[in-house]
Design a binder for this molecule. Structure first.
Ligand code: ATP
Length: 412
């Protein structure tokens, strides 16, 4: 899906290359952290994948495209299949939440009908259904980043590139964002994330590619942040891990193919997978207990087919989402697509682009995509988690207060 072959990037006027002979392969469905000290080449990597920049030498293939051969005219089409999220959110300040997300579809010519379905669905998924009319300055940092993520995924990209997406957020809010990215990955989108956040790299147990002075010095699955961490690794509590396990359980339950097949009437292939449950307006995810931090744990009855009670979130009862999803199954008939369908690397308008590189290696790193400590079959007590305070408490990351504004600003 992403292939770097001996890629070197040397910026004009610099003595040392930013990237020096990089070989890297990322397969469909992987979640890959790119870590390394400041200046090690993480952002340069992402820019090359996005085709914002070109390598000085070497070859890069993304979604079957040789980026060295793709014409400038085709670059915008190519980028439709890549969602991007940045540390500084990059929202349009004069547009509402809804319009920020809708805009990315309007500029690529999506129909009004598609936009009217896809935008609310995606906002619901990221836990912002009740804030669609707000402007960015009326949102906390965590909410702004969720808008940015909604905008990045509303067109169902095959790949989501995230460059320090939690860099401006406090730890508890960052965890919500990480859970959301993990859920998006669980739904089929390949995620490549550059980060300094040792804590999340360690607890997520995904593939870690470490750069040092433009060279890959480590590439392992389930690795921690490593010796070069510039941020101390937090000692996450067992409760913190339970929170993540519950999230994974909910996502898995919502996306499990067998439940989908049973839950939906014939002709509505995306209904249960979309997890489109009756909407609950006015819900503020930042004021709710543990189960709503991050949209991977959306408001009750909301996206992912989330169980309607904390008890139902128990992974022992994975069929819980089938209920909430059912009432809106008929509505799905009218949809062009659901955000939870497997990503279609290229739409009809992009048929001229070859997608031949999208094979999955059976023995590839994605084989361990879901770590054992997130195993939904392991016993947890979701009721206790939902009734005993905030996520920050569970993680030992208590905030100064509950004010939304504490989401904003660097805390490291
Ligand atoms: N446009 C540019 N022109 C010249 N040098 C650049 C340019 N962009 C990046 N560099 C240099 O390339 C190297 C890698 O930069 P890059 O931004 O990829 O690192 P990074 O790992 O993302 O760093 P950080 O964690 O601080 O964002 C650095 O030495 C940087 O100074």
């Amino acid at each position: 899906m992403i292939l770097f072959e001996n890629v070197t990037k040397k910026y004009r006027g610099t003595a040392k290359p930013a990237l020096d002979g990089i070989d890297l392969r990322v397969d469909r469905g992987e979640f890959v952290f790119i870590v390394g000290a400041s200046g090690s080449g993480k952002s340069s990597c992402l820019r090359l994948i996005l085709r914002e920049d070109q390598p000085s030498s070497g070859g890069i293939h993304v979604l079957g495209q040789d980026l060295g051969k793709i014409s400038s005219r085709k670059v915008p089409y190519f980028r439709r299949n890549l969602g991007t999220v940045f540390q500084d959110f990059r929202l349009l300040t004069n547009k509402t939440v809804y319009d920020n997300v809708a805009f990315s579809l309007q500029v690529i010519g999506k129909s009004r009908g598609f936009i009217q379905e896809a935008v609310p669905d995606t906002l619901e998924m990221v836990g912002l259904a009740g804030k669609s009319k707000r402007y960015p300055h009326e949102l906390s940092g965590g909410e702004q980043q969720r808008v940015a993520i909604a905008r990045a995924i509303v067109n169902k990209p095959a790949i989501l590139l995230a460059d320090e997406p939690t860099g401006n957020l406090d730890p508890a809010t960052s965890l919500g964002i990480m859970q959301l990215l993990r859920a998006i990955n669980a739904a089929g989108t390949t995620v490549v994330m550059a980060t300094h956040e040792a804590t999340f790299v360690d607890i997520m147990q995904q593939r870690v590619v470490e750069l040092s002075q433009g060279v890959v010095v480590r590439d392992e699955v389930g690795g921690g942040y490593g010796e070069t961490a510039s941020i101390p690794v937090a000692d996450l509590s067992a409760e913190g891990m339970q929170v993540l396990r519950t999230t994974e359980a909910v996502v898995r339950a919502a996306l499990a193919p067998e439940e989908v097949a049973e839950a939906e009437p014939a002709g509505t292939p995306s209904a249960a997978a979309a997890g489109t449950a009756p909407r609950q307006s006015g819900h503020d995810p930042d004021t709710a207990p543990v189960t709503t931090v991050g949209a991977a744990q959306p408001p009750e009855g909301a996206a992912f087919g989330t169980p309607s009670t904390a008890a139902e979130a128990d992974p022992e009862t994975p069929s819980a989402p089938a209920g909430p999803a059912a009432p809106v199954a008929a509505r799905s008939d009218a949809r062009e697509a659901s955000v939870f369908e497997p990503p279609h690397p290229f739409g009809a308008e992009d048929d001229d682009i070859d997608d031949g590189d999208d094979t999955v290696r059976a023995d590839g790193p994605q084989a361990r995509r879901i770590p054992s400590f997130l195993d939904p079959d392991r016993p947890i007590d979701p009721v206790r988690m939902s009734e005993t305070g905030s996520l920050a408490d569970h993680l030992g990351l208590r905030r100064k207060n509950d004010d939304d504004e504490t989401d904003v600003g660097p805390v490291r």
